[in-house]
Ligand binder design. Structure first.
Ligand SMILES: Cc1ncc(COP(=O)(O)O)c(C=O)c1O
Length: 454
């Protein structure tokens, strides 16, 4: 998924075997995979590759390692749990760690999001949301409510249901036909003023009695940290209530402190009917995802459905649950949500300072520890780069310079190109300053190559 492109053009090949055997995710075959970085260890906001080179992990793995790398506390609770009960499912049985985690999550979730269904990834969480929505409406005697509305360019995962929610045409094209009745409306960058009304129009076109759910990220990731206008979420909540449609926040990225709150959506003063989570719940030390459900949805199912007809072997895994509990304790103990709140202004200011020195930067967007710089794919006179030039300068020069400078971040070009940053929540001014400094040098190099400066 475009974490950084063009990296296989650099350096020598890894001496490690297995390159011919390992299939990478969202990584072009045109690159020399033997030259991609092999990350062997991590500590705090830094990771080290097999040649001993150190990088600032400006992406927290993949928006995931909230408490940073190298946390022995997480390893210790995992080892203790494995010795006590290495595995048991949440099918017809319960175990202490998933009960404790469910109780804790109900305490930290906003409003009446009091129940949780655990799975093992973000995509599975979205699959669960689709099924919960449909079964909720069945339970209310509204079997015709099947359709799902989400936003253009939004990424919600790769399994066939989640991919149907995803609004990125190139990700969908090889696998069509996807599920029927999934619609994509303009995102808040494409139509800031009309984006909420577009949801209402889609529901009315539905017509409403066929629409099950609206699924949106608090701040849309794909496209580059699309922070919605202030009243957007409240308006969408009103629209969903008016038409009897469930409102789902997909907080796979935005939860567990990424926006400075437990579920991200608190920043917009709205309580959805459900919220997903994954990634940061365990800081990625073990796979886990899930869906928090409000009392209305839980009680409709409990009263009128024989059971929620869904499950997975590893949902609520005891070791993942133990790690998630300790991860939450670390976030609380070390006041990491507070750290994000206190440094988000500095983060934005640093990026705006860099942007001010580089005419190639079009916009700085973001909140919390989730930021993007949008870059113009143009020459100084405003002429667009041809595709081969774009590949050469953006995926080649820019991505490579960022990495050679010692920064792992994300280069994404599903819309106009953006560099994205999402460091661990333990990052301090020093780390943020280093991220800005490396970005500054890489942009200087790009601008030199494109004739913005001599
Ligand atoms: C908003 C959102 N939803 C869902 C997913 C899918 O999560 P996973 O990769 O764990 O399946 C992602 C992954 O990045 C995501 O960003």
């Amino acid at each position: 998924m475009d974490v950084m492109r063009g990296l296989g053009e650099r350096g020598e090949s890894t001496p490690l075997g297995g390159v011919e055997n390992l299939m990478l995710h969202f990584t072009p075959y045109s690159e020399d995979w033997s030259k991609l970085p092999v990350i062997v260890s991590g500590e705090g906001c830094y990771v080290t590759d097999d040649r001993g080179r150190s990088y600032v992990d400006g992406l927290a793995g993949l928006f995931t390692t909230q408490v940073g790398h190298g946390r022995t506390e997480l390893a210790d609770v995992a080892a203790t749990q494995m010795k006590e009960l290495g595995f048991f499912p949440n099918w017809s049985f319960q175990h202490p760690r998933s009960l404790e985690l469910a109780e804790k999550m109900a305490q930290i979730a906003p409003g009446d999001l009091n129940s949780v269904f655990f799975v093992s990834s973000g995509s599975e969480a979205i699959e669960t949301v689709i099924k919960l929505s449909r079964q909720y409406h069945n339970a209310n005697g509204e079997e015709s409510r099947r359709k799902v509305i989400s936003r253009k360019i939004a990424y919600h995962g790769t399994t066939m249901g989640a991919l149907s929610v995803t609004g990125i045409p190139s990700f969908r094209a090889p696998f069509e036909p996807l599920l029927q009745g999934f619609y994509h409306v303009p995102n808040t960058q494409q139509d800031p003023e009309g984006a909420a009304d577009a949801i209402e129009e889609a529901i009315e076109f539905g017509p409403p009695e066929t629409v099950a759910a609206v699924i949106l990220e608090p701040v849309q990731n794909a496209g580059g940290c699309l922070v919605p206008p202030p009243e957007y979420w409240k308006r969408v909540r009103e629209i969903c209530d008016k038409h009897g449609v469930l409102l789902v926040s997909d907080a796979v990225i935005c939860a567990f402190g990424r926006l400075g709150e437990w579920f991200g959506i608190e920043r917009f003063d709205v309580v959805p009917d459900m919220t997903t989570f994954a990634k940061g719940v365990t800081s990625g030390y073990l796979p886990m995802g899930g869906v928090m459900v409000n009392d209305k949805v839980r009680s409709a199912l409990a009263s009128n459905a024989p059971m929620f007809m869904h499950g997975s072997t590893f949902g609520g895994h005891p070791v993942s649950s133990a790690v998630a509990l300790e991860n939450i304790r670390i976030i609380e103990r070390e006041k990491l949500l507070e750290n994000v709140h206190s440094l988000e202004g500095y983060f934005g200011d640093e990026l705006r300072r860099v942007a001010g020195e580089h005419p190639i930067v079009k916009e700085v967007r973001g909140m919390g520890f989730f930021w993007a710089l949008e870059i113009r794919p143009e020459r100084p006179d405003g002429t667009k780069l041809a595709e081969d030039e774009y590949q050469k300068y953006f995926k080649g020069v820019l991505s490579r310079k960022l990495l050679e400078g010692g920064l792992i971040c994300r280069f994404d070009d599903k819309e106009d190109p953006v560099i994205q940053y999402s460091p661990a929540l333990v990052a301090d001014r020093g780390i943020i300053g280093r991220i800005a400094e490396i970005t500054d040098s890489a942009l200087t190099e790009l601008e030199r190559e494109l004739g913005y400066r001599s």
